[in-house]
Design a protein around this ligand. Structure first.
Ligand SMILES: [Zn+2]
Length: 473
């Protein structure tokens, strides 16, 4: 199995590596990010996912607890009601963060667990105990579901379990056995999943939209495009001192401490609220994912301050499975406009005290000038983000920007799916608006010659023409 340091990171898998690194950080910080990667067979999705095992740090747990109980905050049925004195007698141990897999052929009992009947009927000390399945054992760890589109198609009961586990943070797992009280456990883990939308039964969001929405990030895995990259992959091994991942800093678990300290600044919170309301985004999870993703991205870059660029950087992976392509493009344009408005505002109000902002952004650019540009980090122009977004979504860039601007200048509102009472610029771009609707004023209109007549008033010769008639005309 490939190790993280041996990964050849290229334009096709960069966003997956970034997303998984952010997810690991978020897990250590206690707010797991769920990641779904889509891509064709053979692009190396699972190789990248499994390589992340090698960077998972250790966690401290109550000795011998297969639920990975935190020594100071036990949650499992065995330890959660114990006195602290008894707990400290048990001692602690260090284990690596669990990484467990669920295949699409898995059985409910092995995934959830089952009631340990031997303990229940023990005459000396009867107790309800669980023989833990994959999910309880992955507490504070990672569950990987390969081919999740097939799982969603063939195992509705396992899909329901995942919906519960991923529905809230922390999630919950309910175990029901006939004749016994219902048994519930908290679940705190990252779910990573992979699928190939081109294979039966198709894309996850078409099979179970609800499950698709549970993923904070959806990443598209592409192919390496560069000749040298392919050669490097074929060589199969990167010498440690030449490893691009190590050279560029890669993953540092200490950044999780930074993530714990970061909160979203007020102006960016308002911006997300405006996106949610103005664009009629269906799921609140979408804006929660943008918020968490932007903070994780700031932490990855060792910043405690979240920038607008962090929101841009996670926009496509948090929204592409939740809104249609036109809305995503319009949201991106809206952010461009927001930035230029804010830029103007800042220019007008600038005082010597404000210069701190710029110093910070300058440092950011330097910090981020890693050999491989991390999605949108360097001093990225709106245009290039736009191009990347279009490319990432596999859309050809239509020549609509000029027309769109002319619509705005004339106040031609194209928002149709949003109620009139709403304010803010989101309304103008709201769902489905803009990109493909022609302004009637741009279209050449020619009226038919002569006044219109009812069909019944026309003679036969006015309706039917021979080829000869047409030639004469
Ligand atoms: Zn425990």
């Amino acid at each position: 199995m490939k190790k993280y340091r041996d990964l050849v990171v290229h334009e096709g898998n960069q966003s997956l590596v970034d997303a998984l690194e952010m997810s690991v950080l978020s897990l250590i910080a206690g707010r797991p990010i769920h990641v779904h990667v889509e891509g064709l067979r053979g692009t190396g999705k699972t190789t990248v996912v499994r390589a992340m095992k090698s960077i998972l740090p250790s966690i401290e747990r109550i000795a011998g607890c297969s639920y990975n109980c935190e020594p100071t905050n036990p949650h499992c049925p065995i330890h959660r009601n114990m006195e602290s004195g008894d707990l400290s007698l048990l001692g602690t141990e260090s284990v690596s963060i669990p990484f467990l897999e669920i295949s699409h052929a898995a059985k409910l009992g092995t995934v959830v667990g089952s009631i340990d009947l031997a303990k229940v009927v023990d005459p000396n000390q009867p107790e309800v105990a669980l023989l833990p399945g994959v999910i309880p054992r992955a507490y504070r760890g990672i569950i990987f579901v390969d081919e999740i589109n097939r799982l969603a198609d063939t195992s509705p009961e396992l899909t329901d379990v995942l919906l519960d586990v991923m529905g809230t943070k922390p999630g919950r797992l309910q175990v029901e056995e006939t004749g016994l009280p219902t048994f519930t456990l908290p679940v705190m883990c990252c779910v990573w999943a992979a699928s190939n939308p081109d294979e039966e039964p198709g894309a996850l969001e078409d099979i179970r939209r609800q499950l698709s929405d549970r993923f904070d990030f959806v990443v598209n895995m592409g192919r390496p495009q560069n000749h040298d990259t392919v050669k490097e992959i074929l060589s199969g091994y990167t010498a440690e001192e030449e490893s691009p991942r190590l050279q560029h800093g890669g993953f540092v678990p200490q950044k999780a401490d930074v993530l714990r300290k970061i909160s979203l600044p007020d102006d960016l919170s308002s911006l997300l609220a405006e996106l949610y309301v103005g664009f009629g985004i269906e799921s609140l999870r979408a804006v929660e994912a943008i918020s968490l993703g932007a903070r994780a991205r700031a932490a990855m870059n060792s910043r405690t301050r979240v920038l607008l660029d962090d929101i841009r950087g996670v926009l496509a992976i948090t929204l592409r499975h939740r809104v249609d392509g036109a809305t995503l493009i319009n949201i991106s344009k809206f952010l461009d406009e927001y930035e230029s408005r804010r830029g103007r505002h800042r220019d007008q109000d600038r005082t010597p005290d404000d210069s701190g902002d710029n110093v910070d952004e300058g440092q950011t650019c330097q910090q981020n000038s890693r050999g491989l540009a991390r999605g949108g980090d360097t001093s990225m122009k709106p245009e290039s983000l736009w191009d990347r977004l279009m490319k990432g979504m596999g859309l050809i860039r239509p020549d609509v920007s000029r027309r769109h601007h002319s619509l705005q200048e004339r106040g031609f509102a194209t928002g149709t799916g949003v109620s009139r009472g709403q304010t803010g610029h989101g309304r103008r771009y709201a769902a489905g608006g803009g990109t493909s609707i022609a302004d009637p004023r741009d279209v050449d209109v020619s009226a038919p010659p002569g006044k219109a007549k009812s069909l019944f008033q026309l003679a036969g010769g006015d309706i039917l023409f021979t080829e000869e008639d047409l030639r004469i005309r």
